[in-house]
Design a protein around this ligand. Structure first.
Ligand code: ADP
Ligand code: MG
Length: 399
């Protein structure tokens, strides 16, 4: 019975024509051939790096800007151009790109040095050597290349949060210890406050040049989206008006091209599943809700257990005038029932503030006249996710 239904569903899917021609063009990892509205930044970066073509060492560069502002795409594009230029004039240049988060090298300096060493052709065991030794192996490998080496550390903030900034200090000052090669470091982050967290010595050597990628405005997003929609969809599926709306929605928070592309992709998937031949505004509405839904659910799931317990307590109270004391009572009972250690009320109050900052609960101070001020806490979740979150939490705490 089920077998037959599935067969039908697959058959139907195969006979239906897709509205996409290349859905991959809407995915974040797609490398566009043309980068729009970044001419100035491309020129600026290229002129900082151009000295490598004359065997000179360029400044280290620190690139920062919010997510989806084109940092990764721009630097990768320049790196490709620069490599092929160097190749064509026989200049010894090697560029290593590593994304600290995606390439999973964040946890230890060891893994980073081993990864970089491997990119240069060294074989390094994945564990077992002292870290300083791995760094030496990497340094030796670099020097043996007798080249200029540009190391791009994308999402570099992830590295420092685990290992401390010593590693950046070592990398940015490496050239001093080398006889034949030179090393230039490019650090990239979405975290606008990252530089402030570094030791001043590290900060000054990493940010010899600092480049800010500002958010896109709605018009720029529209152009980026329009170009990608042309590649991704059959012609006639997405009208200019829909592209414009999609860009305007993505520009509402900050001009994030990744978000704009996600929105269009999810809207396309929804249209296709509904059997519609055009993507229209209704699909954007549903897509936006779905993306919010996923984001909230992910945020809740990734909270530490204690925060989840606090959230679940607020959820179970679910009242208008709930105070920290009320939450704490419920929380304490829950901990005792589920074997979780009980934190102090002070700590729980901090966790409530964190949930408030994440936008999951709302904690508003109200004046009670001569009785002073108190915080009233309520859930601040889109109602569509309530059920799912309740399910996640109740299975976690067995209630
Ligand atoms: N100027 C641009 N032109 C075309 N596509 C862009 C541009 N900027 C960003 N994108 C696209 O938006 C998405 C996110 O860009 P990305 O470079 O990953 O941003 P960041 O690294 O700043 O978070 C990618 O799919 C990228 O192709
Ligand atoms: Mg990036």
């Amino acid at each position: 019975m089920i077998q037959k239904t599935l067969d039908n569903l697959f058959e139907e899917f195969l006979t239906k024509e897709s509205i996409f021609t290349c859905k991959g063009a809407l995915q974040a990892k797609y490398q566009p051939k043309n980068l729009l509205h970044r001419e100035e930044l491309v020129k600026e970066l290229a002129s900082i790096l151009a000295p490598t073509l004359r065997d000179e060492l360029p400044s280290n560069i620190f690139i920062y800007g919010k997510t989806g502002t084109g940092k990764t795409s721009v630097i990768r594009w320049i790196a490709d151009q620069l490599s092929s230029k160097a190749g064509s004039i026989d200049v010894r240049l090697k560029i290593i790109y590593v994304n600290i988060k995606l390439d999973r090298v964040a946890d230890t300096e060891y893994r980073l040095f081993a990864y970089l060493g491997e990119q240069l052709g060294a074989t390094i065991p994945t564990t077992g050597l002292p870290t300083s030794h791995v760094f030496d192996v990497f340094k030796r490998e670099v020097d043996a290349k007798d080249s200029t080496i540009i190391v791009i550390l994308d999402e570099v903030d992830r590295l420092i949060s685990k290992t401390g900034d010593e590693v950046l200090y070592n990398l940015t000052r490496m050239t001093g210890d080398l006889k034949h090669s030179k090393v230039c470091i490019i650090g990239i982050t979405n975290d606008l406050k990252f530089l402030d967290t570094l030791d001043p010595r590290v900060r000054s050597s990493l940010s010899e040049e600092e480049i800010l990628f500002p958010p896109y405005n709605a018009l720029q997003l529209r152009d980026i989206l329009a170009r990608r929609a042309e590649i991704a969809f059959k012609s006639g599926v997405v009208d200019q008006a829909v592209v414009r709306k999609c860009a305007a929605r993505a520009a509402r928070e900050h001009g994030d091209a990744r978000k704009a592309l996600d929105l269009l992709r999810v809207a396309g998937e929804i249209a296709e599943r509904a059997g519609d031949t055009k993507v229209v505004e209704k699909h954007l509405d549903i897509a936006e809700d779905r993306i919010d839904f996923d984001r909230v659910l992910e945020t809740v799931k990734s909270q530490p257990r204690q925060s989840k317990a606090v959230l679940f307590s607020i959820m179970r109270l679910n009242g208008e005038e709930v105070t920290t004391g009320d939450v704490y009572d419920t929380y304490r009972h829950m901990c005792m029932n589920s074997g979780l250690s009980v934190l102090t009320q002070r700590r729980v109050s901090d966790l409530i503030s964190e949930l408030d900052m994440l936008g999951i609960v709302s904690a508003k101070k109200k004046s009670l006249g001569r009785y002073g001020r108190t915080r009233f806490i309520s859930l601040h979740l889109p109602s569509v996710v309530h059920g799912n979150i309740h399910e996640v939490l109740s299975s976690e705490f067995g209630m």
